[in-house]
Write a protein that binds this ligand. Structure first.
Ligand SMILES: Nc1ncnc2c1ncn2[C@@H]1O[C@H](COP(=O)(O)OP(=O)(O)OP(=O)(O)O)[C@@H](O)[C@H]1O
Ligand SMILES: [Mg+2]
Length: 334
């Protein structure tokens, strides 16, 4: 829909953004212009050969447990995209809209991700993608408006016809980005199910504590269900231990047990709980730009590298695990 309706504007959009962000890694001054209007401004002067088209990896961050770092992980990945000049779209499916506020400030007003689930509207992706204050990161905001469409009773999902709501819109914009990150709330509902139906990969952040791992079984069952019924492409990218407190002995013991339990599906990089991460969120600056030489920034880059290499391997031919994840040797704890 988007690409057919705007055959010239789409490549111009990419070019305008890439040109404008040659000094990638810099945080741009806040722009209220949505990307399609930038494209319109430049459509007559810029042209981009087809070779610049990208196909984004679509990654959902999900766990049933709240506060385990689902949103923060999206923020870290988006930040490294910014640093490395990779284009990223963040799709906020959480009614709290935390990452929307971080990326868009108070410019989150107007239609957001709820438009995809509203049977009364035919959502135009180009009308709801916003530019963030980071030159390589766009966002579709989430808000409380999502709640009215979020059916929690699974028996009603298929009849609602909404489980595939995100598939076509994200496929359309996938040509503009390297990564599309879907930040989910801590539940399995119509909306999170729809995220999995439209994704290539599932990322499960969890805390290194007994309760942190409890929500994962149900998420994996849901992954299997989605693969069988709707989206055979979906793969488990891995489990990321998050908010890890290095000073707590039991956490390192438990992290090792998690690695035994999840095997190669566990990320080698664990994300420690650091006040610098909090500070960067508060300042709305990705950690890799906020404190580029810090341990926290190195962790962010290392997490990103693992996301990228795992995604590359899983996208390759034949996954012997049948989509449940990787079967590679576990690397030492970061
Ligand atoms: N590694 C970390 N170090 C320090 N603070 C962190 C870290 N990870 C997340 N936080 C902070 O902890 C809080 C919860 O993290 P986050 O919002 O990412 O969790 P969540 O799983 O998305 O929560 P929810 O279930 O409410 O969506 C946030 O204030 C976040 O900034
Ligand atoms: Mg969150």
């Amino acid at each position: 829909m988007f690409l057919q309706a705007f055959p010239v504007l789409v490549p111009a959009t990419v070019s305008a953004r890439v040109d404008a962000a040659e000094d990638c890694g810099q945080v741009e001054s806040f722009s209220e212009k949505p990307i399609w209007s930038i494209a319109r401004d430049h459509a007559t002067v810029l042209s981009v050969p087809n070779t610049t088209h990208r196909t984004a990896r679509i990654i959902t961050s999900l766990n049933l447990k709240g506060g385990v770092g689902k949103t923060h992980l999206c923020w870290l990945i988006a930040g490294v995209c910014q640093e490395r000049g990779k284009r990223c779209l963040v799709v906020d499916l959480d009614k709290q809209g935390n990452i929307s506020t971080t990326l868009l400030g108070d410019k989150v007003a107007g239609p957001g991700t709820e438009a995809f689930f509203n049977p009364a509207v035919d959502p135009q992706v180009q009308a709801i993608v916003r530019r963030s204050h980071l030159s390589h990161v766009d966002a579709i905001p989430g808000s409380f408006a999502l709640e009215q469409f979020n059916l929690t009773d699974p028996t009603k999902w298929d009849a609602s016809g909404l489980v595939s709501s995100l598939v076509d819109p994200l496929r359309e914009v996938a040509l503009l980005y390297d990564y599309i990150l879907i930040d989910c709330p801590a539940d399995i509902s119509l909306i999170t199910y729809a995220a999995l139906c439209a994704s290539d990969f599932l990322l499960i952040p969890l805390e290194a504590a007994q309760w942190g791992a409890l929500g994962t079984n149900h998420v994996i069952k849901t992954l299997d269900h989605v693969r069988r019924r709707h989206n055979a492409r979906l793969r488990l990218l891995g489990y990321v231990v998050s908010r890890y407190r290095m000073v707590r002995k039991y956490q390192s013991t438990y992290t090792n047990r998690l690695r035994e339990k999840f095997g190669d599906d566990a990320f080698a990089t664990a994300i420690p709980d650091l006040s610098l991460f909090e500070q960067a969120v508060t300042d709305r600056v990705p950690i890799v730009l906020h404190s580029p030489t810090s341990h926290a920034a190195r962790i962010a880059r290392s997490s990103f590298d693992e996301v990228e290499s795992r995604a590359e391997r899983l996208s390759g031919v034949g996954d012997p695990s049948g989509g449940r994840g990787l079967r590679q040797p576990v690397v030492a704890v970061a």
